[in-house]
Structure formats: C-alpha cells, structure tokens
Design a protein around this ligand. Structure first.
Ligand code: ATP
Length: 138
C-alpha cells in the first residue's frame, strides 16, 4: 500500500469575538486544516511552518506546547489505495489576511463550534474536539 505523510496545524487567531480557527477548502471539495506533505530533511514543525506560509502567506506562527495528535485515513489515487497519516499541532497567529495559493479554492476563519461543523471529515472533527479538552476552544 502507498504511504503518505503530512503535517499540519489547527491555526487560530484572537479576535474581539474570541478565537477564530482557519479552515481551507481543498480542490476535492473538503474543508480541512492547513497541511501538506513532509519534505525530505524537514522536521514536522518545519513542514507546518512552510505549508502555512505557502498555502496562506502567514509567517507569524507560534506553536502551543502540549498539543500533537495524528489523523489517519485511506483514499484512492490513480486506482491505488493510499494510507495517509497527518500529524497536527496547535498554533497561533496574529495575522488575519490570507493569501491563498493555487492549492486551495477558499478559506474561512470560524469560531470553534462553527469550525467543528464546517470540517468535512469526522477524523478532523475529533481532532478539533481534543483542542477543547485543553480549554482552548473559545
Ligand atoms: P496535503 O494537504 O497533505 O498536500 P492533499 O490536498 O494532497 O493533501 P488530502 O487533503 O489528504 O490531499 O486529500 C486526499 C484525499 O483524501 C481526498 O480525496 C480527500 O477527500 C480525502 N481525505 C482528506 N482528508 C480525509 C480524512 N480526514 N478522512 C478521510 N478522507 C480524507
């Protein structure tokens, strides 16, 4: 089976309305967190910082200690089944402006419950629920 490894972040910013979480609209239609494939020689956090920069233009990012979790799924690519594992961190930015790359067709900053409802996949929703266990949701 083909194996794929990515890393990403549940990225949020503080607003007058409370914490807002960033979701991206992927070309295949789903809404998910910012993430991308790990390149050779990169640490997971280096991947995340690079992917955030490339996919959103955001460069001020700080990781929140104590959160690291993974999501696994299978999908079909060119007739083969791919097993994919994505490691996620929790990270904060002060930047509101998002400059999307060609890799996505939309973005949205949402409050915790709205983001939870917008996420397409259960695995991503379950990951996000773990953030609330840290007392981080609002
Ligand atoms: P990356 O951001 O890591 O470069 P990508 O854009 O190449 O990723 P994915 O977002 O992993 O690709 O999507 C690849 C396929 O897997 C799509 O068909 C998508 O619908 C499906 N997929 C994505 N996330 C999940 C998930 N959490 N559970 C099940 N299927 C998923």
């Amino acid at each position: 089976m083909l194996e794929e490894r990515s890393a990403g972040a549940i990225l949020y910013r503080e607003s007058p309305a409370g914490k807002l979480y960033l979701l991206l609209n992927y070309p295949s239609g789903h809404w998910d967190f910012v993430k991308g494939n790990i390149e050779k020689g990169e640490t997971l956090k280096q991947t995340v910082l690079r992917e955030i920069r490339e996919e959103t233009g955001i460069t001020d990012v700080s990781f929140i200690d104590g959160f690291e979790d993974r999501v696994q799924y299978h999908y079909q690519r060119d007739g083969s089944i791919v097993h994919k594992e994505v490691v996620f961190f929790l990270a904060k930015t002060s930047t509101e402006h998002v400059e999307l790359s060609h890799e996505h067709q939309g973005f949205i900053w949402l409050k915790f419950n709205d983001a939870l409802a917008k996420l397409t996949y259960k695995t991503a929703q379950n990951l996000m629920k773990k953030v609330s266990e840290l007392g981080f949701s609002t």
